[in-house]
Design a protein around this ligand. Sequence first.
Ligand SMILES: [Zn+2]
Length: 476
Amino acid sequence: MKFAVYGRISRDRVGAGLGVERQIADCRELVRALSGEVAAVFRDDDISAYSGKHRPGYEALLEAIKNREVDAVAVWHQDRLLRRTIDLENYIEVCQPLNVATHTVKAGQLDLTTPAGRAVAKTLAAWASYEVETSTDRVKAAKLQAAKAGKSSGGNRAYGWLQNGMEQHPDEAPVVREIIKRFISGDSWNSIALDLNERNIPTAKGKMWTAINVSNVAQLPRHYGFRSHNGQEYKAAWEPLLSQDTREDLLLAIKRGQAIHGKRTYARKHLLTGFIFCGVCGNKMSIINAQQRDGSYSPAFNCRKKDHRGQEVGCGKVKRKKDPVEDLVIDCIMYRLDTPELGELLAGGEAETPELKQLMRDHESQSQRLQEILSLYSTGEMDFNEYKVAKTTAQDRLEALGRELERKTSKRTVANIPAGQTVREAWEKSDLMWKRQLVDALIEKVLIYPKQPGDGKARYKQWIFNPDRVEIRWKA
Ligand SMILES: [Zn+2]
């Protein structure tokens, strides 16, 4: 008798932990005991016979039977061969006309030639199907139950949390808080990703951050005390990392960003972003949150060596605290504004059109509106939902006005100092947009040079800072 031996490994109960090689060795033993010879060996690795996935080894076995290359089949258990009743029907159809017998290590001969034998085989297959189906149901039910109980779903570790899913990660949880706080206050996902990479803070998988990663981490329901299951959210059993209000604010900020720039966020919150360049390589410097000696973070201009794709963009040799640079530039502007040349430059701008005046008035009143909304909410005259709607509407309007103003006035000076105000007073009273326009009117670029020996002793106002390492290139 020429035997075909078939082995299959999968994660199911019968034969669990039994490797294909072991199954095949047992089958060879069986064939020897039956005084047969092994003519062919077929195997499938880790493919469940139930899932209906294509099983190349099994297909080849059927071919070998049809071609009369074998007279009998040896398997470890019927489960290995057939789990679905439909498989069995098919198998019987192939084997019966050729009188091919099937022997199993565990249960003896599977007699498919008599009605009684086939009934046994069918019953076995039916039970196997039943077991798989109920175990799938059991798994589903158990998962839903775990979700309702708010238990962690297991799987990959979420950033900010320990593997058990219940406790916060001591180093990562503060990063999660930082990410969300910064996005709400106007940073873009991209700038946060760049900054985390700059600070050598890796993702949960030890990789570099991308804008998408950062956005995904910020929006994980688990931070806010929820766990999701099949698109539903359930109250989690763990302590939330952040409040529900923070989540609302985040959603609002995301919505705002999407309304303005597709998926990107409108983030221009620093006076000198875009004006500062590296004195060594000429790279435009970006703003990062640099860690101070006391462990806190404060913004700094930084020449990035590589962008987030790893492409070289700069020398990476220059970094300077933002605040003293900004103060220095403002002081210089105030000083320069007193000179006749600058007065002429400013006066040389086109006169404001009525339309522009109206825009600026609208912008101003919209800013006030936003302040009002905030005070109404803080005094309890507005509930959170009303506040959300009002705030979004006002912010959207304000930002739309801001963009329109910036577009209309981009190449022109708007630094008209109102009568009776000094430049300094006008500066203090104006918003960031006005200030940036003034900077744009006056300054071509600001270059920052590397520190030199002795700079540690240099003082500028409250900072350890040497103004000589900053060069302002004026437009006039
Ligand atoms: Zn550089």
